[in-house]
Structure formats: structure tokens, C-alpha cells
Design a protein around this ligand. Structure first.
Ligand SMILES: [Zn+2]
Length: 140
């Protein structure tokens, strides 16, 4: 019977310390990824974005979305270009930082996708992003 006893005692799956290490690793990854609004800008309660993407030629609206970023939500200020440039990206992070530095609440602006166009790689994609930013500060 001693052989049976030994078999039952053999641990199945990862040990407790291995599980703990995996859990810590996951928590660490999450911490790095989740840059929430309140972590980055503790004075801000909420950011509202109105984003309209317009075709470079003809001016057709390609996409029009509202995005709300709550204090505990991830701070996502990237907008993907919907045109055929495939990986064009707009970032409103610097604009939002400027607004916060000057305590502004509203801003309207326009950005142009600078990624090489699919049709002609020598010219930029040119898709336009019209954006409105509304910032609600805490304690108002
Ligand atoms: Zn583009």
C-alpha cells in the first residue's frame, strides 16, 4: 500500500506558489495597461469626445462617434483612421494635456491623417478628424 499512498500525495497542476506567482504577474500587467483617467489626471471627473471623421475628397462622413471617459475608465484618446491607410491614428492626448494645463473646458479642432495613402503612398491619407472635447473637472 505505500505506493498508493505516494500516488495520492502527488500534487496535481501547479503548486500554490506557482499560482501565486501567476496571479501577481497578471496583476502587474493589468496595472501597467490600465492608465485610467483619474490615475493620469486626478483633477478630472469626466471627458466627453465628439469625433467625426471625414473623407479627404468629397467630405463624406466616414464615422461619427461620441466617447465618454469616466474617472475610473481607461484613458483612451486614440482614434483609428477608418480609411484605407489601414493604420493611421490620431491622438488627442497632447491636446487634452494642453487643455488641462490651461484649465479649459471645451475645445474644437481638426486633425489630418498623415499616414501614407493606400492609393498613392507618396501622399498622405488626408482623412480629417473633427473633434470636440468637453472636460468636467472634479468639484464643480
Ligand atoms: Zn488615414
Amino acid at each position: 500500500m505505500p505506493t498508493n499512498y505516494r500516488k495520492r500525495r502527488r500534487p496535481h497542476g501547479p503548486s500554490k506558489s506557482e499560482l501565486r506567482a501567476a496571479r501577481n504577474e497578471r496583476a502587474g500587467l493589468q496595472k501597467e495597461r490600465a492608465d485610467t483617467l483619474s490615475q493620469r489626471f486626478p483633477q478630472v471627473g469626466r471627458i466627453e469626445l465628439d469625433l467625426r471623421l471625414e473623407a479627404p475628397i468629397g467630405g463624406a462622413t466616414l464615422d461619427h462617434v461620441q466617447r465618454v471617459i469616466d474617472a475610473e475608465g481607461p484613458l483612451d484618446l486614440q482614434v483609428s483612421c477608418p480609411s484605407s491607410c489601414h493604420n493611421g491614428r490620431f491622438s488627442l492626448l497632447e491636446t487634452v494635456e494642453d487643455l488641462l494645463n490651461s484649465s479649459k473646458e471645451k475645445f474644437q479642432g481638426m486633425a489630418t491623417c498623415q499616414m501614407a495613402s493606400y492609393a498613392d503612398p507618396r501622399t498622405p491619407c488626408g482623412t480629417k478628424l473633427f473633434y470636440q472635447i468637453s472636460i468636467q473637472y472634479k468639484g464643480e
